[in-house]
Write a protein that binds this ligand. Structure first.
Ligand SMILES: [Zn+2]
Length: 190
């Protein structure tokens, strides 16, 4: 059986032909291999076991202050056009005895971003994964992103930024908590 990357390579070669190009032209000769590699990397989130990632990433800690990690850069692919959407993700949660290692929080974003995605679903998958992993009192995730499928084609809106949020637990129920989260992620950068 052919390796997966070889199968993707041959599909890309076929696609290049269908688009009216010559895959044997010098500049395109190695493109199918490059595209196969890059697509596999950009969708490598499917192969990651969330439970394994989260295990060993969480620590017991008695704190009741809100934890915020903002401006986590991410790159994803929209599932409708397989074109990039990218931007920043802001995460906040109110711990209840357990906290996340900071780098693992950023890694969690990558695992879900490196799939064929919808921004709405990406936002919710991140918030639910944090809820499951450290069972905090509440979680808030906000994503601001630009979509190339909207910028390069379709409505051709270059400056539109889409914002999605997912609020769970006290972030949904408690107005003061929600306001604290919004204030912290909107503060000017130091
Ligand atoms: Zn799209």
């Amino acid at each position: 059986m052919e390796a997966k990357s070889e199968r993707i390579e041959s599909l890309v070669r076929q696609l290049i032909v269908e688009l009216g190009e010559d895959p044997n032209r010098e500049g395109l000769l190695r493109s199918p291999a490059r595209i196969a590699n890059s697509l596999q990397f950009l969708t490598s989130g499917y192969g990651v076991d969330i439970y394994k990632l989260v295990n060993g990433a969480c620590f017991a800690q008695e704190t009741t202050s809100m934890v915020i990690l903002r401006d986590i850069e991410f790159y994803s692919l929209c599932e409708h056009h397989i074109l990039p959407f990218f931007g920043r993700c802001h995460i906040g949660y109110l711990p209840s005895g357990r906290v996340f290692g900071v780098s693992k929080l950023a890694r969690l974003v990558n695992v879900f971003a490196r799939r064929l995605q919808l921004q709405e679903r990406l936002t919710e998958q991140i918030s639910h994964a944090i809820m499951d992993a450290v069972q905090p009192i509440g979680v808030g995730v906000m994503i601001e992103a630009q979509h190339l499928c909207m910028m390069m084609r379709g409505v051709e809106k270059q400056d539109a930024i889409m914002t999605t949020s997912s609020l769970l637990g006290s972030f949904r129920e408690n107005v003061a908590t929600r306001q604290e989260f919004l204030a912290l992620i909107n503060r000017p950068r130091p």
